[in-house]
Design a protein around this ligand. Structure first.
Ligand SMILES: [Mn+2]
Length: 425
């Protein structure tokens, strides 16, 4: 199925009048506060969030997986699905590939499909957290950190291959998430596994093209439950600093212990110019991979508040934005539309924070007013602004409403069948 301009216009029609009324009311109020609405819209339009190739199918838990049908069975179908999302929200203009789940069979066909639906290639992700069927050695006890040099070399060569695949497609970043760790005290040496990891990453780093970035993800636990080799931002930052200027820290919102102050981590990394990218999701208890903004929208806003301030005040390069969620209950495409909207809303809220007044309140220790400034922005309903930015880009006023109205899932089930399954988490 392909979404056409006609589709968008027809599905927008019943919403147009009410939307215009809501937007004009909001725009007037924002202008009264001294905000430039046109500029806000341009900034919102520019924010593009990559969709991971593994998020288009129904995710599972370790107990089961309940597919919804019509899932993309091939990489080309995955890119077509992202094309549908992008046509609806004009905000999901790239795919983040997972290797080896999505090694292109026919590069020309993959690139042609991507070009047809206006999709680019974001960071490529390596996978050394599971063994592949034809793999000679096992990652059961670690990959880049393994005590066995031959296993480390296997994992290093896999990462180098991922870079080569990404180069052919036009990617500019390699994301490394390392599952390596231990489940019991004494299982391995903290110092040796960290040193092995550093040396392995060095070898991969040397293979990185000059205009590429290496994004190092961290996670405190899981799949191992006593330790992970890169448990926190500090360890990732340490490795990125030692590796060099092409290496950065990647923040995955679900990869923190409960109540961690993620916005402070963002501020610190940006001050040092080392925030390389984001994996968006939401969580209640752990790495739950829930829809962005579904559990802690205020935290998401506070993170964006640091990002917006950091864009102005630091030399941190533009980070890579990606969703990293798993959809077990909802239609994955509806879930992704909701996530992208939540990200844009948090960004919009952060853009209207009165930064000058906030600095003044901070300088005079006016705690109550500083809080008022942030909460005033957070509590302003900016959905009409986000909708208008998408509408002006040629997208749907309400992407999820149009998705249902155009019967996208029904069409995909009709095209691909009810048993079609996507690879992924
Ligand atoms: Mn992630």
């Amino acid at each position: 199925m392909k979404i056409t301009t006609d589709h968008i216009q027809t599905s927008n029609k019943p919403k147009e009048i009410a939307h215009a009324r809501e937007f004009n009311f909001l725009a007037e109020n924002l202008e009264k506060k001294g905000l430039n609405v046109e500029q806000l819209i341009q900034k919102l339009q520019a924010l593009q969030i990559a969709i991971p190739s593994w998020a288009l199918g129904t995710g599972g838990t370790r107990f089961g997986r309940f597919s919804g049908g019509g899932e993309p069975a091939t990489l080309i179908q995955k890119i077509q699905d992202i094309g549908i999302l992008h046509a609806l929200n004009r905000s999901s203009g790239s795919v983040s590939l997972h290797i080896p789940w999505d090694i292109p069979q026919d590069y020309d066909a993959v690139q042609q499909t991507a070009a047809e639906v206006e999709i680019g290639f974001d960071a490529v992700n390596s996978n050394t957290f599971q063994d592949q069927t034809d793999q000679s050695l096992s990652y059961k006890f670690g990959s880049l950190a393994n005590s066995d040099k031959a296993i480390r070399e296997l994992a290093i060569s896999h990462n180098k291959e991922v870079i080569r695949i990404g180069e052919k497609l036009g990617s500019k970043a390699l994301t490394v998430w390392l599952a390596d760790g231990s489940s019991f005290p004494g299982q391995n040496s903290f110092r040796k596994t960290l040193q092995n990891t550093y040396e392995s990453l060095q070898e991969i780093y040397q293979e990185l093209p000059s205009d590429w970035k290496m994004l190092i993800e961290y996670k405190p636990y899981e799949p191992y439950f006593y330790s992970t080799v890169i448990p926190d931002w500090g360890t990732s930052f340490l490795l990125a600093n030692k590796l060099g200027k092409k290496a950065f820290t990647l923040v995955d919102l679900g990869h923190h212990l409960p109540n961690t102050n993620i916005e402070q981590i963002v501020a610190t990394l940006m001050t040092e110019g080392k925030l390389g990218g984001f994996h968006f999701n939401d969580s209640k208890y752990g790495d739950d991979d829930l829809t962005v903004g579904s559990i802690k929208p205020y935290q998401l806003f506070l993170i964006f508040n640091e990002l917006v301030a950091g864009f102005d005040e630091t030399a941190n390069p533009a980070p890579a934005w990606m969703i990293d969620a798993s959809h077990n209950l909802k239609d994955p495409m509806e879930d992704l539309l909701q996530s992208v909207e939540a990200i844009k809303l948090a960004y919009a809220q952060a853009l209207i924070v009165d930064q000058k007044a906030l600095l003044k309140a901070q300088a005079s220790d006016d705690v109550a007013f500083a809080q008022e400034i942030l909460q005033d922005a957070f509590r302003t309903d900016l959905r009409p602004l986000v909708r208008e930015s998408i509408r002006q880009s040629g997208g749907a006023i309400s992407p999820i409403h149009s998705y249902r109205k155009l019967k996208v899932r029904e069409n995909l089930i009709h095209e691909r069948g009810t048993k079609s399954k996507a690879s992924g988490l």
